[in-house]
Design a protein around this ligand. Structure first.
Ligand SMILES: NC(=O)c1ccc[n+]([C@@H]2O[C@H](COP(=O)([O-])OP(=O)(O)OC[C@H]3O[C@@H](n4cnc5c(N)ncnc54)[C@H](OP(=O)(O)O)[C@@H]3O)[C@@H](O)[C@H]2O)c1
Length: 270
């Protein structure tokens, strides 16, 4: 991709009627480095906060009509993969916040990496940045996790995440990212999701607990403990604005870059 980044990055939002899509549109309105040119929805045609919303079923036509620099997608994996494939054909960069790729039906695809085959394929043609969490605090947490696990070998490790009652995937994409960091930083015996019955905790196992209640925006806690001390690293998202702004920062950063997979940590580092 050779497009030169414009002063204002032109963004198309998929999942526009969702909790995150709406927030992306709202946050973009307060910034001067991005402009949402349109959203797409399966059902709604009309406007959200003055932004035109077009039919998701005509995504290719919408791309041609609005000529965005970047897609910002917060939808569902089965829709996201279609949007991203169309963007690859239309030479549009992709910022994907959708989670749950690992759990969906295409996860067993022989070319898949964590169920993200469509993202990987698209990244051969356009820049693609997928993050399960666009909060800068979570980026800091991920770095802290590695250090804590290295410094505390042999400590028991448990993760608890809490989200609103509408969240589909469990554990959260962020919990999975934390788990990957833990496992890359130490020797562990496997993940145990929830517990019931009478068996004792094995040393080396990583306990994973997912809670779903009310309107919780997102909480992740890593607990490391031995017989004598406890360390807790906790992140709480106070508002979806933090994810929306992070995704928009990623969109501005990604516009005009070459094809490939990029990571949100690169955006934060700059
Ligand atoms: N990376 C991050 O920082 C971050 C932060 C928060 C949430 N997320 C993730 O972002 C995703 C969306 O979260 P949310 O809370 O905004 O969910 P949501 O409120 O349910 O919104 C999802 C939107 O996707 C669209 N959609 C659903 N199924 C579709 C389909 N089959 N085809 C086309 N569009 C479809 C729907 O819009 P229409 O019905 O109008 O088409 C819906 O409004 C989830 O995967 C969530 O885990 C990521």
């Amino acid at each position: 991709m050779t497009r030169v980044s414009a002063p204002e990055t032109r963004v198309l939002v998929s999942g526009a009627t969702g909790r995150m899509g709406r927030r992306v549109i709202e946050e973009a309105a307060a910034r001067d480095d991005v402009r949402v040119v349109a959203g797409v929805s399966r059902d709604l045609s009309g406007e959200i906060s003055g932004i035109p919303v077009e039919p998701a079923g005509e995504f290719g036509v919408v791309l041609a009509e609005y000529d965005p620099d970047v897609l910002v997608d917060f939808s569902v994996p089965e829709a996201s993969r279609e949007f991203v494939a169309d963007c690859a054909e239309a030479n549009v960069a992709c910022v994907v916040g959708t989670t749950g790729f690992e759990a969906d039906e295409f996860a067993e695809d022989e070319f898949a990496e964590g169920g993200e085959a469509a993202l990987r394929e698209a990244s051969e043609q356009v820049p693609v940045l997928h993050a399960s969490n666009f909060s800068r605090g979570i980026q800091a947490l991920l770095r802290a996790v590695e250090g804590a696990v290295r410094d505390l070998p042999g400590y028991d490790v448990e993760i608890t995440e809490s989200h609103h009652r509408h969240k589909r995937d469990a554990p959260s994409g962020t919990a999975n990212a934390i788990l990957d960091r833990i496992e890359s930083a130490g020797e562990f015996g496997g993940r145990v999701h929830g517990r019931e019955g009478e068996s004792l905790r094995e040393s080396g196992e990583i306990g994973v607990h997912a809670r779903r209640a009310g309107g919780i925006r997102g909480e992740h806690e890593l607990l490391l403990a031995n017989e004598h001390e406890e360390l807790r690293l906790t992140h709480r998202a106070g508002s979806r604005a933090v994810f929306a702004d992070g995704a928009l920062d990623a969109a501005v950063w990604l516009a005009g870059r070459g094809a490939g997979r990029y990571d949100f940590s690169e955006v934060v580092a700059e």
